[in-house]
Design a protein around this ligand. Sequence first.
Ligand SMILES: [Zn+2]
Ligand SMILES: [Zn+2]
Length: 228
Amino acid sequence: MKIKILGTRGKIEPKAEDHVNHTGFLIDDKILIDVGEEKYMDKHPKAVVFTHFHPDHAFFVPNKEKFIPKTPLFGPEAHDLIPQLKVISGKFEVEGYTFTPIPVIHALRLKSLGYIIKKAEKRIFITGDVAWIEKANLADLPPLDLVITEATFIKKGGRINRKKDRIFGHTGVPNLIRLLSPLTKKIVFCHYGEWFFEDTPHNSKQKIKALEKEIPLVPAHDGMEMEV
Ligand SMILES: [Zn+2]
Ligand SMILES: [Zn+2]
């Protein structure tokens, strides 16, 4: 599988060279995961899969434009702006890729899913934005070749909000490393928050690299390609 990370900027104002675009991942030039920028549709994906419907993952949300490309669309819950959306209810297959949805805790009013994507014997996991993932949802997973996750907060604990018994927001990079390292050979980070833009991209990437222990940690940039 060839994975292209189209955007690495979270839902924030600051940007930097090579860290301009919002979230999108292109698998083998065929499947697009999240559409943080309208221009990603110029890649003519054969299917589009959403992790959740925050504006930095679904560019059409702020302007309330309908999203009606002639492309199969999949997502975690129905959405007024996407009449043709197929709501994911379990494992599904598209264009020869098997998607296993993993429930992710992230937003109070939106459902979020991460996806294990399998082709031949290769498996990657795109988490989307994460406040937390219940360990039960990660139990008994087959070994992963790559995890792509987020880096909104570099500090431990991130920023978690609480309402009654619910949590939402983003956990920290150190927490994600602890949670995800046992599952995979490598972790790639994108979806950078404010902290990343307070220093040069080079120095900020070093802050992620400094947390490396058992497995390689790779800070991504817009347009970065990798192969598993
Ligand atoms: Zn989000
Ligand atoms: Zn986001």
